[in-house]
Design a protein around this ligand. Structure first.
Ligand code: RB5
Length: 142
C-alpha cells in the first residue's frame, strides 16, 4: 500500500522508526517531513498528508506529533479525511474496522516506540467491515 507520513519536531524520531517498519512490511512510503528536530508547525504537515490522500496518490496516512492531538484536529478539518488518534491497539484496530480511518495519528510523547510499531502494524493490516458502518460514515459524508 502507498502510505504518506509526516510529523512535527515532537514526532520526528518516531516517524523515522515508523518509516522503517512500514518499508519492512512491504509498503511504499512517502515521507513528507519534517526532516529534523527543528521546531515546525504541525498543521503544515497534516495538510501535506491529507492532500496526498485526497488527490489519490496515497491510500493511507500517518501523522505524528507530541500528543497526536494537534495533528488529528488539523487532519479532520479536511472533508474526506477520517483521522483517528489512538493510544492503544484496541482503538487502532476499531478505527479501521468500524470507521475506515484513512489517517492514523500518534502521540510520540504519549506512547512508547514498541506500542507504536504494533499499532501501525495492526492498523495497516485491518480492513473496513462495511455494512452498518458504511451507512454511518455516509451520514457525515466522507
Ligand atoms: C509541539 O510542542 C506540540 O505542541 C505538538 O507536537 C503537538 O503535541 C500538538 O498537538
Amino acid at each position: 500500500m502507498r502510505v504518506a507520513i509526516a510529523s512535527d519536531h515532537g514526532g520526528f524520531s518516531l516517524k523515522e522508526q515508523v518509516i522503517g517498519l512500514l518499508r519492512n512490511l512491504g509498503h511504499e512510503v512517502e515521507d513528507q517531513g519534517c526532516y529534523s528536530l527543528d521546531s515546525v508547525d504541525y498543521p503544515d504537515y497534516a495538510g501535506k498528508v491529507c492532500g496526498s490522500i485526497l488527490d489519490g496518490s496515497c491510500e493511507r496516512g500517518i501523522l505524528i506529533c507530541g500528543s497526536g492531538i494537534g495533528m488529528s484536529m488539523a487532519a479532520n478539518r479536511f472533508s474526506g479525511i477520517r483521522a483517528a488518534l489512538c493510544h492503544e491497539l484496541f482503538t487502532a484496530r476499531l478505527s479501521r474496522e468500524h470507521n475506515d480511518a484513512n489517517v492514523l495519528c500518534l502521540g510520540a510523547r504519549v506512547i512508547g516506540p514498541g506500542l507504536a510499531e504494533e499499532m501501525v502494524s495492526v492498523w495497516m493490516a485491518t480492513g473496513f467491515a462495511g455494512g452498518r458502518h458504511q451507512k454511518r460514515l455516509a451520514m457525515f459524508s466522507c
